[in-house]
Design a protein around this ligand. Structure first.
Ligand SMILES: [Zn+2]
Length: 164
């Protein structure tokens, strides 16, 4: 397996927990950010694995047919996202699965909306492990990690797009 440092960005909210994001995940999110008056939000789930206190995000899903996409909302309705997580679980022998959520905002430097916080609270009640949340914007990507009932902003240690 390649070194996490060589292959990914490292993020940490408080110096305790590290989250490694595969560059292809960053590129996927960035590729779905839209501009202009007709823009719609996009999103999907993050797939990866837990390693002790740390999280490695190695893949993601992208918008599917039954998802709801408007200018101010991405609602992950399509069952295909969950099926992709199940498939990752099976094909990895039980190490890879759902680790979080991403979506886009039509703004330069995104931050979570009230609706985002509400949605994430509901997710965190169902998931026992820490959950990674990403919001891609035109010029940067917001990254957070939810554990318990709190979502903490993560600090970037290395990257391209996200340094602002
Ligand atoms: Zn949002």
């Amino acid at each position: 397996m390649p070194s996490m440092l060589d292959q990914t960005m490292m993020l940490t909210p408080d110096g305790v927990r590290f989250v490694a994001i595969h560059p292809k995940v960053v590129e996927t999110i960035r590729g779905w950010v839209e501009r202009g008056s007709q823009s719609r939000e996009a999103g999907g789930i993050l797939i990866g694995s837990y390693r002790g206190d740390h999280v490695e995000v190695s893949g993601s899903t992208v918008p599917m047919e039954r998802d709801k996409r408007t200018r101010g909302l991405f609602d992950r309705m399509d069952r295909g996202h969950q099926e992709a997580a199940m498939q990752a679980w099976r094909s990895s022998g039980g190490t890879e699965s759902y680790v979080g959520e991403w979506h886009t905002h039509p703004e330069a430097h995104p931050s979570p909306s009230v609706l985002d916080r509400w949605t994430w609270d509901r997710i965190m009640r169902r998931v026992r492990e820490p959950v990674v949340f990403a919001i891609g914007g035109w010029d940067s990507c917001w990254w957070g990690i939810g554990a318990g009932a709190r979502v903490e902003v993560m600090r970037m240690l290395s990257s391209g797009w996200d340094i602002v």
